[in-house]
Design a binder for this molecule. Sequence first.
Ligand SMILES: *[C@@H]1O[C@H](CO)[C@@H](O)[C@H](O)[C@H]1NC(C)=O
Ligand SMILES: *[C@@H]1O[C@H](CO)[C@@H](O)[C@H](O)[C@H]1NC(C)=O
Ligand SMILES: *[C@@H]1O[C@H](CO)[C@@H](O)[C@H](O)[C@H]1NC(C)=O
Ligand SMILES: *[C@@H]1O[C@H](CO)[C@@H](O)[C@H](O)[C@H]1NC(C)=O
Ligand SMILES: *[C@@H]1O[C@H](CO)[C@@H](O)[C@H](O)[C@H]1NC(C)=O
Ligand SMILES: *[C@@H]1O[C@H](CO)[C@@H](O)[C@H](O)[C@H]1NC(C)=O
Ligand SMILES: *[C@@H]1O[C@H](CO)[C@@H](O)[C@H](O)[C@H]1NC(C)=O
Length: 293
Amino acid sequence: MGFLLGLFLVICMLPLISASILSGHASFLSFNESFSTLYGDQNIRFNGADVQISLTNSTGSGFKSRLFYGDAFFGASIKLPANNYTAGVVVTFYTTNSDIFNGNHDELDFEFLGHIQGEQWVLQTNFYGNGSVQRSREERYNLWFDPTQDFHTYSIIWNKNWTVFYVDDVPLRQVHRVDAMGGDYPSKPMSLYATIWDGSDWATNGGKYKIDYRYAPFTADYTDFVINGSGCFQQKIQSCMQGITGSVTNFTGLETYKMKQMKDFRRKFMFYSYCDDRRRYPTPLPECSEANA
Ligand SMILES: *[C@@H]1O[C@H](CO)[C@@H](O)[C@H](O)[C@H]1NC(C)=O
Ligand SMILES: *[C@@H]1O[C@H](CO)[C@@H](O)[C@H](O)[C@H]1NC(C)=O
Ligand SMILES: *[C@@H]1O[C@H](CO)[C@@H](O)[C@H](O)[C@H]1NC(C)=O
Ligand SMILES: *[C@@H]1O[C@H](CO)[C@@H](O)[C@H](O)[C@H]1NC(C)=O
Ligand SMILES: *[C@@H]1O[C@H](CO)[C@@H](O)[C@H](O)[C@H]1NC(C)=O
Ligand SMILES: *[C@@H]1O[C@H](CO)[C@@H](O)[C@H](O)[C@H]1NC(C)=O
Ligand SMILES: *[C@@H]1O[C@H](CO)[C@@H](O)[C@H](O)[C@H]1NC(C)=O
């Protein structure tokens, strides 16, 4: 019972989800109770709510939540590897159900793409719905701080019609499901994942710069995990299809002042959006008119 209760972590009112809530002394999820390792166990260290995952020349590593969630707010504080050279290193914080929905999975991604010496990490967001891998929806951003120096919170609120990606309390991206997206909007319960791996073939300047293991190990730190949503085991996945009525389910998009904050961020720090990429999408995907409004 204590195990389940721990997962129903309650943070306060949704519009206020912010660094202050996430860094306050709420009861954060214990790593061992809430997550299980995926691979590279020898490169995973955990202690209470803190966990470090490393990439070495023998393996990357990663973990996932034990439960699936319908509508939910997912968050963690993350500090990226501070190595001088991290080209090819990919650090992720994402939700997916690809292990149980093969060919029609859903996914919401934060992906940190390594850098060459003297440059900074790039953050990418992306999502898939119902296996829409032919229509990836990347956006890429610089950050207004050095993500290797301190912990910052990265979070996603996701329900049937709305998704928002935040860094600290700043919204980076809002997706409003429109009917024309068909199944492309993530709709089935997902687990929370975090991984570190060798993405030499694409991560840094499209794969121009590869990983250099002379700089290894590369270690990412995660702490203060929050999942606000009703969890379910795979066998009971139907039971969390609907989400629970609460502020996550009720969320209907950012308030005006938050929209302004998001637009300011995007104007200053976003340097790529699939919505503006006419080579890939001569006709922008259906949700783009609103994203660019
Ligand atoms: C993690 O949990 C498992 C049972 O789920 C337990 O056997 C193990 O001792 C725990 N490890 C730590 C370090 O708490
Ligand atoms: C991997 O790293 C270890 C420790 O730095 C080193 O001893 C070993 O030679 C490396 N292996 C390869 C294949 O590079
Ligand atoms: C990183 O680069 C700086 C400046 O080039 C150097 O002083 C420092 O020793 C390097 N650190 C590591 C871990 O390589
Ligand atoms: C999502 O939006 C549609 C309109 O496109 C609406 O009919 C539906 O009730 C909304 N769903 C929820 C759970 O709010
Ligand atoms: C999702 O994918 C499955 C399997 O490909 C398909 O049967 C179903 O119609 C799709 N659903 C939507 C809403 O597109
Ligand atoms: C969510 O909406 C439902 C239906 O409108 C309402 O009864 C409920 O109080 C709301 N929950 C929260 C936490 O706002
Ligand atoms: C978390 O979920 C509970 C249960 O639905 C709800 O009462 C609470 O308001 C939610 N908090 C946030 C921040 O979404």
